[in-house]
Design a protein around this ligand. Structure first.
Ligand code: HEM
Ligand code: HEM
Length: 208
């Protein structure tokens, strides 16, 4: 039996973010080692336009209540989440005992989403400044350059962890079907997210 995990709007938002951020990373690395600068530069800066336009389109045309509810869920870290964050390193050393209750997203997923969002803001702010600098509109700033590079490194590390969980890690990679079709196996959901009640959305948003 399958249960609905993501609405079509949530799937669309996820893949807009995934495609544009992966493009930013690939073109950023090419700029860093100076491969085909003139061809790569417009794609690098253009990917933030694709990200913004894509998210705006999904928000205007899609299920805004479901998007808002999921964004709220991802940024809310409660007491169980803090206990989960203390439990996870012990569990990795096989000394964890039972995990605290896990709802629709575990605290690692929430922390990852919060950090990626924050670093996307700093990489975009510093990137816009660098773009203005390249066009001679503002002065050079080593501080902004360093902020761009450090934010980029943080995003690459976080996205690499996310991709490892989604594609390689045997314990978690079965979630991949969910972010493609929107539906997951009910037994998988009960095992990995035991405190999540797919049939009782906390926000009253049905996910048909
Ligand atoms: C995941 C997001 C991003 C990553 C990983 C990333 C990475 C990088 C890297 C590695 C460089 C080369 C730095 C160097 O040569 O020292 C760079 C340069 C640059 N990035 Fe980004 N970046 C990202 C997002 C953005 C965004 C959103 C913008 C625009 C709003 C932007 C604008 C620029 C500009 C203007 C340059 C300078 C290119 C030049 O000097 O020729 N970046 N980025
Ligand atoms: C590159 C930028 C990406 C970002 C910023 C991103 C971000 C997110 C966020 C915030 C979530 C919801 C919370 C979570 O489950 O972690 C999510 C879910 C998910 N993402 Fe991504 N994602 C990206 C790329 C990808 C890619 C390329 C894949 C697969 C190849 C992927 C696979 C998944 C899966 C399987 C889920 C659902 C997890 C679950 O149901 O528990 N993501 N992503």
């Amino acid at each position: 039996m399958f249960v609905r995990r993501f609405t079509r709007s949530e799937l669309a938002a996820h893949w807009v973010v995934a495609v544009s951020v992966l493009a930013m990373i690939a073109t950023g690395l090419a700029l860093g080692v100076n491969i085909a600068h003139d061809a790569v530069f417009p794609v690098h800066v253009g990917s933030v336009v694709v990200l913004a336009a894509g998210l705006l389109t999904v928000a205007l045309a899609g299920n805004r209540r479901a998007l808002r509810a999921t964004a709220r869920e991802l940024r809310s870290l409660d007491g169980d989440d803090r206990r989960w964050l203390a439990w996870a390193p012990r569990a990795a050393l096989r000394r964890g005992g039972d995990p605290p209750p896990i709802g629709r997203f575990n605290a690692g997923q929430k922390a990852n989403a919060i950090l990626v969002s924050l670093f996307l803001l700093t990489v975009t702010g510093s990137g816009l400044y660098l773009w203005a600098k390249v066009h001679g509109l503002v002065a050079n700033s080593n501080l902004v350059g360093a902020a761009h590079n450090l934010s980029a490194i943080a995003i690459i590390a976080l996205v690499s962890g996310h991709l490892y969980m989604a594609v390689l890690n045997p314990g978690t990679r079965r979630a991949l079907g969910g972010i493609v079709t929107g539906r997951v196996d009910a037994r998988w959901a009960a095992e990995h997210h035991p405190a999540w009640r797919p049939d009782e959305p906390p926000d009253g948003v049905s996910r048909p």
